[in-house]
Design a protein around this ligand. Sequence first.
Ligand code: LLP
Length: 431
Amino acid sequence: MIYKNLAVNAAGHLTFAGYDTVTLAEEYGTPLMLMDETVIRNRCREYRNAMASCLPEGSMPLYASKALSLKRIYEIMREEQMGVDVVSIGELYTAVQAGFPAENAYFHGNSKTDADIRFAMEQGIGHFVCDNVDELNAINAEAARQGIRQKVLLRLTPGIDPHTHEKINTGRIDCKFGAAIETGQAEELVVYALSLPNVELRGYHCHIGSQIFDHAPFCDAAVMMLEFLADIKARHGFSAPVLNLGGGMAVPYTNRDGSISYAVNIRNIGKLIDETCTRLGLEKPAILLEPGRSIVADAGMTVYHVTGTKEIPGFKNYAAVNGGMADNPRYTLYQAEYTVLPASRMEDKADFLCTVAGSCCESGDLLQEDVLLPKPVRGDLLAVLTTGAYNYSMASNYNRIPRPPVVMLTPETHYLAVRRETLQDLLHCDL
Ligand code: LLP
């Protein structure tokens, strides 16, 4: 099995975190999102421990909550002493409502409105990760109005190509995010930030992309950013105490993917940071990392009921399920690969090659192609693995389909973190 928390029980059912997925589906209904809380907590600890031992003092992980944003996850992040990255006041509001301290939140995004900035400051946001001059001016003005000095990091683009999927590659020069080092615009932004009375510049941020297995692109980015830091110190006398290297470490989705050790990657990045700071005669900045996917993706699984199969002679076979792009748009958007398992018939011979199709009224609504299953019959359960990141958070009500519930699994119990949407919920905002 691809993950350690998966097994098959005597009934031939898939178990997840020790629980029979068929029993859970009976209790909570389908589609059903399951999250193994132990995996989430262990991953937070892996990041925290590795960063505490291999990176400069003050270094810490911030959970990039765009991967999965719901009240319970922010409670877990507070308990695990993680910071969080939020990208909207909706995420910030959810965090604050869950009791997460706003001073440990970093507010990202390339397009914040005055209302966003005001709301975040009123909540006592710790840092803004500021994208451009217009935003700096707006932050400075609001901070002056509230009589504070607001801490900011500046979002920079080091121009690293991590050889990942084009659509999720955010670190290149031609990009809507941040200011490029290469063009001199990053330096201009720093100089401008330093001139603003109600802005306290704390350092720099970059994010080179997502689903990156290798540590080398992170090392390249760290060196570029440290050289920039040294350059600014030499030319303008400002030595940034914080360097945020963003998120992006990968998660294996199928057996074809490589494996990854976050602790080893962090150790390698730490070694290079030490060497580079020594070479540049630089005091080591505290390092922040922003893992999203690698905190929650492989903690998640979605369970669906099969509604039927279709064989089109000379073409292909379909197995349709009672969910799809409304709860997981990632195959439709990115042709993202997933492992699909026949949760209720794990011991049966898998000899039916098929496309797993969703229920939306759109031919592109597929969950996966070329999946080998025991020929499904209506009522079978299918499990799609690794759905903890960018599934629930990207889910929609397209076709007026209610969102599934999110059920957390712990060694002792299982419980609802988010209940299933009802038909009445769908009318919540309709007047
Ligand atoms: N920090 C920043 C500034 C980011 O933009 C992102 C992701 C992260 C951290 C977290 O990256 P992670 O560790 O999760 O790779 N919807 C896409 C992923 C978009 C990622 C956008 N930024 C997907 O489903 O693959």
